[in-house]
Design a protein around this ligand. Sequence first.
Ligand SMILES: *Cc1c(COP(=O)(O)O)cnc(C)c1O
Length: 260
Amino acid sequence: MTENPAAATGSAVAQESKLTSAPGRVAQLSAALEGLTERIAAACRAAGRASDSVRLLPVTKFHPASDIEILYGLGLREFGESREQEASDKVAQLRHLSQIRWEFIGRLQRNKAKHVARWADTVYSVDSDRLASALDSGVHTALEAGERTTPLRVLLQVSLDADPARGGVSDNAMLTLANQVAQSASLQLAGLMAIPPLDADPDAAFERLAHMHDSLLAEHPQARELSAGMSSDLEAAIRHGSTCVRVGTALMGARPITSA
Ligand SMILES: *Cc1c(COP(=O)(O)O)cnc(C)c1O
């Protein structure tokens, strides 16, 4: 038998693997995951928070399904994707990973909502009543068809600047949208997500987000999730109460350049 590089570093990977990955990728992802886990733990200590109060959501967009399979072998179960077609393809390729959960974090067009409704455990980017309605009816259909068994967890994406091109519901409209989601039969309001403006001071942006989350919690105490922080600003997000950091580059390496 030939030597399987995956077998040397992770037997779970070797057992489950159906895809081919680049040599050395298991060791690379394993080292990056260890470093990132320590970085999150250090940020929690510095903020006086328990290290299990912040969840890592690995963001795997632009990276191959074989990377997700490796991370699954290293113990991760949830994966964040941001492009519907790419994500739907990966979902189909990775059906053999029985405990995998998919979280959709990107901008979503209403006409794609029914696809995402088939496989997503959580959508992080709901920012309009029309998108919420499209997801609610898509999930209803998927439940009826036996394609899923649970309601869809929904985070509202809020805007921390006034730029409509970047997505996100405004401060003023947040509670109205939250009420709509909370009343939707197939949706479960779970919290807030935001991406700080490019040139903003992350501490100021995340502080503002934390205030918005407090006002949401006052009306909807079950909406505990606060997803903030990415590769470059997760420490600031954790200082301001993030419960879920979404990390791509610091775990996976640079994304390939594309026009998308
Ligand atoms: C790509 C992406 C991330 C991860 O960004 P990194 O800087 O690579 O960690 C997080 N959140 C969203 C919504 C993304 O699209």
